[in-house]
Structures are given as C-alpha cells and as structure tokens.
Design a protein around this ligand. Structure first.
Ligand code: URA
Length: 255
C-alpha cells in the first residue's frame, strides 16, 4: 500500500504507531506533539491534515489534525485505520450547556448524540456513538491527577456550529424549526456539551472494532454567554491537551 489519498501518509512513515491524537486544528499539531516528545517531527501536511510523529517510551505516537466536522474527520479516521492505527483520541474544544460547568473544565465524552451526517454513512442511526470505556477511565484518572475538573457524559455532536448548536448570532440569524429549543431540550436530557467531531469518530471506531475516546476543553458556557473569550479558548485548549497527553501511557497500556 502506498500513500493514502488525502492524509498523505504511508505505512512506512507512521512506523507502526498504534495511537493517534486528533486535534481539529492543523496549526496546533506541532505544539501538541512537542509536548509528547520535543524531537517530534512533521511527516506530512496535506489540506487540513497535518501530521507529526512523536516517541513515547518505545512507542510511536501520531498526532494528526482532522479539520472541522464529520466529513473531514471521517476521511482521517478511515485512512488512518487502513494504515493500521488502532487507538483514536480526539482532543479539542467545546461549548458547555449545563450551568455548573465552567470554561477551563474538561469533558470526557462517554457517548455522543449523532447530530452529524457522516456517521450515518458508516452505521445506522440506531448504532451508538460510544467511547472505549478504558479510554474514558484513563482520561478521568489523568484529569484527577492533574487537578483539572472533568465531567464525564453525553456530548451533542453536530455538523454545524451555528444552527445545530442553536446559535442565533449567525449571518441569517435563522435557526430551523427542528433546532429551535434544542439546546434547552438537550440540557434537560443531561447532555453536557456541544462539539463537532465525536459522533463521527466514535461511531466509526466502534463499528470498525477499534478504540476511540474524546476529551474537549470548555471554551464557553452557552447558558450564560455566546461569546468565546480569548482567555477561555486558551485555557480550554491547554487543559484538554494536558489531560490527553498525560493519559497516553495508560491508554497504551490498557488498549
Ligand atoms: N466547539 C463547538 O463545536 N461549539 C462550541 O460552542 C465551542 C467549540
């Protein structure tokens, strides 16, 4: 097998890496991979997919961006699985919808409401988007050891940032009837947060017989504010990455 089409990687360059850390943003991959290994190097950069290879003990760890949303995430996961990757750990940001959750806290997704489209091309809507419980446990333990407040539970994972997350501060200001009141409804159903990639990732990995997890840093609490402040973005991103990187050794041990 040569280079896979979109992500520009080969089996040879990923060097038997089993775990891939998946941020959304290509511009954060370098900095995240250097937290694992100061000597991590870039091995490809193609469209929204930027890849670095890092070492953690005897293991190679791949860090690759997914871009935003289900379609680009599905290509990333599909092509990485075909290169032999087995463990997929998304690290990103989210908006909380429960009152008690604060910017800077982290959310460990145990399962996702599938408000994406891409996952329905891999498994029927009745199929659950669930995380590997061993990864959930490792992430919870990692945040406890770092003294970072973590909440574990259900995430609403959407294809759009504006209408499906019931945001009215968009170009048209219009939210389709089916999404009007949806934030309050999900709040009542004890959904913790909104983000845009976990439904696709968790459905694909579970249905492929592979392992996946998702940790996101809270950058806004939608019950009190619509604005994402720079300081909250920085703290949310930083805390999620800290917890994810600190959990890698344990995840490699149990998965
Ligand atoms: N990412 C999302 O998808 N929604 C938010 O509110 C914040 C980050």
């Amino acid at each position: 097998m040569g280079k896979v089409y979109h992500i520009g990687l080969t089996k040879k360059v990923v060097r038997d890496a089993r775990l891939v850390l998946l941020p959304g943003d290509p511009f954060r991959v370098g900095e995240i991979s250097k937290r694992i290994d100061p000597d991590a190097t870039q091995i490809a950069c193609s469209r929204e997919y930027c890849s670095y290879l890092a070492s953690s003990g005897d293991n190679k760890i791949l860090v690759m961006s997914t871009g935003m949303g289900g379609p680009s995430t599905s290509i990333a996961v599909d092509e990485l699985a075909s290169l032999g990757l087995k463990i997929f750990l998304r690290v990103g940001t989210c908006g909380a919808i429960q009152k008690n959750i604060k910017p800077g806290d982290v959310i460990v997704t145990s399962g996702a409401v599938r408000l994406d489209g891409a996952s329905t091309h891999y498994a029927p809507v009745e199929y659950p988007a669930v995380a590997d419980y061993r990864i959930v446990n490792a992430l919870v333990e990692s945040s406890r050891s770092l003294n970072i407040k973590a909440y574990t539970g259900v995430t609403a994972s959407t294809d759009t940032f504006y209408p499906a997350q019931e945001r009215y501060d968009s170009f048209s200001g219009h939210v389709l009837k089916r999404f009007q009141g949806s934030m309050n409804e999900f709040k009542k159903l004890h959904v913790l947060n909104y983000e845009m990639e976990s439904a696709t990732l968790l459905t694909m990995a579970a249905s492929f017989g592979l392992s996946a997890g998702c940790i996101t840093g809270v950058v806004v609490n939608r019950t009190t504010s619509e604005k994402i402040k720079k300081i909250n973005l920085a703290t949310g991103e930083k805390n999620a990455v800290k917890v994810a990187v600190n959990a890698i050794k344990q995840i490699m041990k149990v998965c």
